[in-house]
Design a protein around this ligand. Structure first.
Ligand SMILES: O=C(O)c1cc(=O)[nH]c(=O)n1[C@@H]1O[C@H](COP(=O)(O)O)[C@@H](O)[C@H]1O
Length: 235
């Protein structure tokens, strides 16, 4: 896989027209993420459009509900044949298994991946707001193991947790990392970040990077700059 193919760019825009404009600024991007903002507005139209342009699609709807409901939602998504789909690990093992089974039955190529802990949450927030008594690295590991034991293909995790997850969960678990920030980009609301080079060196399969690319005056140049940084570690 080329370094460019490891980068998933979110279409974090409010309309199909703005999504098309962004795609046209970044023709070299092969993998796009559709999240809540765009999907609520555009529905399946944007997914059909991406597939018609031979793009890979990460549908990031982060399901979080009871087992019967997440399984039914997965059956509804199945027809779109997206490449990646998200669910929160905190739905628990019964919900994860039900969602995975429902998706596998109708869209076996779609990989269901579980969010371990949002990258916007710090260790302090985990303890003080969410009242989780485990240390953050232990908590995220337990969420990843829960996803793996439930049969899921992979997890969404912060790059700071990648090295441990790769070591404990093995080579087969897909590790998809948002919260990636080049040295020259702002962290924004991301709390647990590493650079693209650090994330890939630690064992990340895919990097989800939005604002460092899309919020610049020249997204194409920002994307190429990140690819050059990643190419340097591969050679
Ligand atoms: O599931 C995700 O993609 C996700 C999980 C997570 O823990 N943190 C996170 O930032 N994301 C998404 O990854 C993208 C990150 O965008 P930037 O912060 O602009 O690079 C956004 O579309 C988020 O919705």
């Amino acid at each position: 896989m080329s370094v460019a193919d490891r980068i998933i760019v979110p279409l974090d825009v409010p309309s199909t027209a703005q999504a098309i404009a962004l795609m046209e600024q970044l023709p070299q991007v092969s993998f796009w993420k559709v999240g809540l903002e765009l999907f609520v507005h555009s529905g399946g139209e944007i997914l059909t459009l991406l597939k018609s342009r031979q793009k890979r699609v990460f549908l990031d709807l982060k399901f979080h509900d009871i087992p019967n409901t997440v399984a039914a939602a997965c059956r509804s998504v199945a027809g779109w044949e997206v490449d990646l789909l998200t669910i929160h690990a905190t739905v628990g093992k019964t919900g994860l298994k039900a969602a995975h089974t429902a998706l596998q039955a109708q869209s076996p190529k779609t990989q269901l991946i579980a969010v371990t802990l949002l990258t916007s949450i710090s260790a302090r927030q985990l303890a003080l707001e969410l009242k989780v008594p485990l240390e953050l690295p232990e908590y995220t590991l337990q969420m990843a193991l829960l996803a793996q034991e439930s049969g899921l293909s992979g997890v969404v995790c912060s790059p700071q947790e990648v090295a441990t997850l790769r070591r404990v969960c093995g080579e087969d678990l897909l590790l998809v990392c948002p919260g990636v920030r080049p040295t020259w980009a702002d962290a924004g609301d991301q709390k647990r970040t590493l650079t693209p080079v650090e994330a890939v060196t630690a064992g990340a399969d895919y990097l989800v990077m939005g604002r460092p690319i899309t919020a610049t005056s020249d997204p194409g140049t920002a994307f190429e700059r990140i690819c050059e940084e990643l190419t340097a570690i591969q050679s």
